[in-house]
Design a binder for this molecule. Structure first.
Ligand SMILES: C[S@@+](CC[C@H](N)C(=O)[O-])C[C@H]1O[C@@H](n2cnc3c(N)ncnc32)[C@H](O)[C@@H]1O
Length: 208
């Protein structure tokens, strides 16, 4: 998701108490050990993660979004305030291990990640070898990765990539629709649903 530069975005985000900007010297301490920690990477305008945070106050959600302008728009759309159990990180998946200690996350959600279709751009895909070892490192044993996309090639690529890691496939769906009670439409998902395009989804669990 690319957006026009917003001069107000940087000062606005830096002043926001629920926004983390740089990796700190020490990884974040977000869990009180009673709630699950659930991370969405590439949260865009934040509809998905904000809605889940409101629906499940017993969990702590984290949005990781690298684009400053998109992040600022997400916070504005939320009326300047995020649910108490949501932390917004303006940062890149490449810094995952600087934000999180090993084995702290219960779930990682990847929704409509940028497909980077050119072969030369493969390493930018979130499910490539660039990011997957880091994701597996910060995920708990038995932690879960949830993946949704409209892009058949990225889905196929991801299914093959995931086979090379200690992951158990829990769900595979090439015509995914959901009942709304345990899943939420993202902004991209709404668009693709309106166009009647299939949504692909898979879920894996990290082997202990
Ligand atoms: C295609 S958009 C999808 C947004 C949202 N998940 C949705 O489904 O509506 C992908 C988002 O991922 C973000 N993104 C891409 N690569 C990223 C990375 N390495 N780290 C953090 N965010 C990333 C982009 O800035 C963009 O906002």
């Amino acid at each position: 998701m690319r957006m026009r530069h917003k001069p107000w975005a940087l000062p606005y985000l830096k002043a926001h108490p629920q926004v983390v900007f740089e990796p700190q010297e020490k990884p974040l301490q977000l869990s009180d050990h009673s709630s699950s920690l659930i991370l969405e990477i590439g949260s865009g305008k934040g509809r998905y993660v904000s809605t889940l945070a409101q629906r499940f106050p017993q969990h702590h959600y984290i949005a990781l979004e690298k684009d400053i302008n998109v992040s600022a728009t997400a916070l504005k759309a939320a009326g300047d305030t995020l649910p108490k159990n949501l932390t917004w990180i303006v940062g890149s998946a490449g810094d995952l291990e600087r934000y999180f200690e090993p084995g702290v996350l219960d779930e990682i959600h990847l929704n409509f990640s940028d497909p980077w279709p050119k072969k030369g751009h493969e390493k930018r895909r979130l499910t490539s070898r660039t990011f997957m070892p880091m994701m597996l490192n910060v995920l708990k044993p038995q932690g879960v990765i949830r993946f949704k996309t409209d892009n058949a090639s990225l889905f196929e690529y991801t299914m093959l990539q995931m086979q090379t890691y200690p992951l158990e496939l829990l769900e595979f769906n090439v015509q995914y629709t959901h009942d709304g009670s345990i899943d939420v439409h993202t902004e991209y998902e709404q668009k693709f649903n309106a166009l009647n395009q299939p949504i692909y989804r898979a879920i894996w669990r990290k082997k202990p």
